[in-house]
Design a protein around this ligand. Sequence first.
Ligand code: G6P
Ligand code: ZN
Length: 541
Amino acid sequence: MSVITVKTAPIANQKPGTSGLRKKTRVFQEPGYLENFIQAIWTGIGGTKGKTFVLGGDGRFFNTEAIQIVLRMAAASGAARVIVGQNGLLSTPAASHLIRLHGADGGLVLSASHNPGGPDGDFGVKYNIANGGPAPEGVTAAIHAATEEINVYRILETSDVDLSLCGIAQLGRTEIAIVDPVADYAALMEGIFDFSAIAALFSSGFRIRFDAMHAITGPYAKLILENRLGASKGSVVNAVPLPDFGQGHPDPNPIWAKALVNEMMRPDGPDFGAASDGDGDRNMIMGRGIYVTPSDSLAAMAANAALVPAYANGLAGVARSMPTSLALDRVADKLGIECYETPTGWKYFGNLLDAGRATLCGEESAGTGSDHIREKDGLWAVLFWLNILAARKCSVSELMTDHWQTYGRNYYSRHDYEGIDSGIANDLMQGLREKLSALPDSIVAGLRIIAADEFAYDDPIDGSHSEGQGIRIHFHGGARLVFRLSGTGTVGATLRVYLETVDAQNIHRNPQDALIPLIQAADQLAMIAERTGRKRPTVIT
Ligand code: G6P
Ligand code: ZN
C-alpha cells in the first residue's frame, strides 16, 4: 500500500456552482477529473493532515467508485479519520448531522441532488464545512483557484475498502469508520418532534404516501415513517434507491412527482403526500386535493412552529432566499421576529443559523430546514408537517385555508426556460439590468412598477458582499417579479422567472390565472419570447 503522486494539469470549468461541482457523469468519469477536484478541495481547505471528514453519497451511478477514490485520496493526504456511510450512502441532511455530531472538520457529499443520474445523467461533489453546512463562497473560491493551479494529485494504491458492514477499517494510517447511514439521523428527528402524537395520528387511520423517487430517502423514510411511527406498510413508495433513480428525475415538484400528485388528487386519496429528492434535502408537501407551494409551506411551518416540541419556545428569526415568496415575511411580522432575505443557495443561511439569528429557513426551490443541522432537510419538513397536523387535528387544505384567511395569499409560481443558449440568457439579463433605473413609475401590462433593482447581499455576520443575485421588480399592491439564471444546470442556461401577487380576499383562485398580468409583464420586460424563441416555459412549478 503506497502513496503515488500522479502528474496532472488543470481542467477547465471546475468551478463549484450554487451547490458544489455538478457535471455530466461521463465528465466525472474521465481520467483525473474527480481526482483533480478532490485534490483541489484538499488544497482549498488548507490541507487534510490530522483532519476528520464525513463522506457519503446519494447512491447514484458512479457513487461506489467515486467513494473509493475519495477514501484513497483522503488517506494519501494524511486525513486522520473518515466517517463514511455504509455502502457509501448518506443523505445530505444525514451527512450534515454527522459532521456536527462528531465535530468533524468537514464532509463530502457525492450527489447532483435532484438532477437525473446514470451514465447519461449527472454527478456532483459538494464540500461542507465544520458547521455541517455548504462551503461558503470564500472556500469554494479557494477550491476553484486550486483547480486552476493543480499539477499533481496524491492517491493511495490499494484495493477497495469493504463498506458493506458497519465497523472500523484502516486505510494506510487513516481510520475509516463505516456507520449506519440512518440511525443517528432518526435519533435526531426523535428529539425534535412529538413522535407519540404522530404515531397516534397514524393509528387513528391517517394515511400518508411518501414518494422516495428511488432516491436516498427510501431507507430513512421506511425506518422512521413505517417502522417507528406506524404508518401502514407500503406508505413509502419507490423506496429502494437505484443508481439511475429508476430512470426518473428525482425532483419533488408537481412535474416530476406527477404520480404522487395524481394519487393525491383522487377523492379517496391519502390524507398527506410528500416526496424528496436525489440526496434527501428537498421536499414537496401535499394534502388530499391540494399542493402546497414551498413558499407557502415555509410560511405555514413558521406560523405553527410552536406546536413542534423543539421550537416550542419560539423562533429567533426566520430567513428565506430572495426569490422565495413574501408569505414568510407576513408571518414574521405577526410573530414580531426578524425575516432575513438572502441570495439563492443554502450556504447563505449558515451564518444566520450559527449566530442564532434565524431558527427556520427556506427556499422556493423546495428546501426547508432549521438550526438542527446546516442543510435543508426533506424528511424533517415532512415530520414537521405531520407534527403540526397531529397537534391541530385538521387537514392540509383546512390548514392552508386558515393560513390564507389570516395572512392573505401570496399566489406564487416559477416559470423555467431550460436549456437556452447561454449567450442569449446573459443578453436577456443584461438587457433587463440596463433598463432597471428607468422602470420605477412606469406601467407594464397594466401594473405600476414601484421599485426595480439587482439584488446584492451583505452578510450581517461576516460582512461578506455578494452581487448579481437576481433582478427584482416590485409592483404597486405587493406583486413582485424576479429574474435569475440558474446556478445548478449542466446544459446551456436556465432562465427562472419567479412570479408573485398578493390577495387578501380571493384566496381560492388558480395561481396561474391570478398571475396572468405578472406573466405578461415578465414577457414584456425581459422580451422572453422574442429573445429565446420560446412561447412558453419548459417547467412550471
Ligand atoms: C440547490 C441549492 C439550493 C438552491 C437551489 C437553486 O438546490 O442547494 O439552496 O436554492 O440549488 O438552484 P438554481 O438552479 O435556481 O440555482
Ligand atoms: Zn438535493
